[in-house]
Design a binder for this molecule. Structure first.
Ligand code: GLU
Length: 465
């Protein structure tokens, strides 16, 4: 059997961290087995579904690299097949028309509430005799659920879960306006698309016994189920905006690498021994459903940040380049190649936004100089040290290493530590007393730009003194 999984988001909101993890697990499972992963956009709720939300979902999946096989299927376009299934069930006496009005259902529920019973449809119309069937009255179509026995969900994550059938009332398959409901559509579509494993959030567990009964009533093969426990915030409460539950693409804007987010999401609920760091290839190789935890996972921002820093440090500059370019808010045409700048910032960047901020010094000359740094690093003897450096640079062959050596030599012959000259140079070229190591920085910035910035800074600061 070829494994075929799917991700079936409703485009009624953003693709948040929980949805992205469900998609990742479903994708990993398919890729692990060399199977297929398909995408179905469940856009049947016309009022709440939007094209923008669909686009955000596709964009998020693409960013994470969770590629789907074939074209996405739009559930809304499959209404005919859904209705055909409803009609099949009606014809076979496995479903019935229910004429109960909203008022009647409200009264029924209120009575059940007062009696301390679970609110569920009491089956009035299931047993309507022919003469009692109203003509031309609006109706919904309900499924004749099993009245006795149990339905077992043999879940690949949660284990075997038993649902007594008396607790499952006759669910609506088709609404008064003729539209099919989620439980019906999902069964028809998963069956037709040949889904072998339904991997989804555990908030859908309660739908599964109903869906299993529907598969059986329609004579369709029941797929395997894997319900992934939900994600909670660090405080144990359900994940919300407060915990950083934002659109997954916002992580991209905040300087996270897709591989770090995938690595983090995979470890959020799934484990492989004590290992924390995985490439996508390793995740595909090792992923299984047996090692997905049964309990809710806790979101841990620090761990995500740690993995992001790890992957920034351990990726090639070529791999980082597109993500860095996307976040740039300045031009990089005048200056060294970004590919050469990235490596000297990887070690010190926790985040791609740090890296972008750090790289700015190579492309944007400082407009001002941090007051605190000027006060601390510019003293009586500073101008003379700088003048010596400039003179040396003007007469000798330039390289980053050579420039670093001149700084060391000048400081040694003046009997001061290297910071006395290196820090003022940093302030003059970057505006702040931080930069990657001197030799790399000056090598990349080049002689002309370095001297230009030093000269301009010296003039400005001396004029202000
Ligand atoms: N469309 C459903 C949702 O977004 C998922 C349905 C399913 O996975 O079965 O929650």
């Amino acid at each position: 059997m070829t494994v075929k999984t799917r991700f079936a988001p409703s485009p009624t909101g953003m693709l948040h961290i929980g949805g992205a993890r469900t998609a990742l697990f479903s994708w990993l499972y398919a890729r692990h087995f060399g199977g297929e992963f398909v995408l179905r956009i469940e856009d049947t709720d016309k009022e709440r579904s939007t094209d923008e939300a669909t686009q955000v979902i596709l964009d998020g999946l693409q960013w994470l690299g969770l590629d789907w096989d074939g074209e996405p299927v739009y559930q809304g376009a499959r209404q005919e097949q859904h209705i055909a299934a409803v009609n099949q069930l009606l014809d076979e006496g496995k479903a019935y028309r229910c004429y109960c009005s909203k008022e009647k259902l409200d009264t029924m529920r209120e009575k059940q509430r007062i009696e301390g019973r679970k609110a569920m449809y009491d089956g009035t119309c299931r047993h309507l005799a022919a003469p009692d069937i109203p003509q031309d009255a609006p109706y919904v179509v309900r499924f004749k659920s099993a009245e006795e026995g149990e339905t077992w969900v043999k879940d690949l994550v949660l284990g075997d879960v038993c649902f007594p059938n008396v607790e499952l009332d006759d669910l609506i398959l088709q609404r008064t306006d003729g539209t099919p409901t989620y439980n019906l559509a999902v069964v028809v579509d998963d069956a037709e698309m040949g889904i072998t494993h339904v991997v989804r959030g555990s908030d859908h567990l309660n739908n599964s016994p109903r869906q299993i009964q529907l598969y059986e009533a329609l004579g369709l093969q029941v797929p395997a189920f894997a319900h992934i426990p939900l994600i909670h915030g660090a405080d144990g409460a359900k994940m919300s905006k407060r915990h950083g539950s934002v659109a997954i693409t916002e992580y991209r804007e905040k300087g996270y690498l897709a591989c770090a987010v995938n690595n983090y999401l995979a470890r959020l609920g799934w484990s492989h021994g004590d290992e924390e760091v995985f490439t996508m290839e390793q995740l595909i190789e090792h992923f299984d459903l047996q090692h997905v935890g049964k309990g809710a996972a806790r979101f841990d921002q620090d761990k995500l940040d740690w993995l992001n820093a790890h992957w920034i440090k351990n990726s090639s500059a070529e791999a980082l380049l597109p993500a860095v370019q996307r976040l740039l808010d300045y031009e990089t045409t005048d200056g060294p190649a970004l590919l050469q700048v990235i490596p000297c910032l990887q070690e010190r960047s926790k985040n791609l936004l740090d890296l972008v901020a750090g790289a700015a010094l190579f492309y944007v000359a400082p407009q001002e100089y941090q007051e605190k740094a000027v006060k601390k690093n510019f003293k009586e003897g500073t101008w003379d040290l700088l003048a010596k450096f400039v003179r040396k640079a003007e007469t000798a062959a330039w390289s980053g290493e050579a420039a670093q050596q001149w700084i060391e030599d000048i400081c040694a012959s003046e009997g001061v530590n290297m910071g006395k000259l290196a820090q003022p140079i940093r302030v003059l070229i970057a505006g702040v007393p931080v930069s990657p190591p001197m030799d790399a920085t000056l090598g990349l910035l080049g002689k002309d730009e370095t001297l230009k910035r030093i000269q301009r800074g010296v003039n400005k600061l001396q004029a202000a003194a």
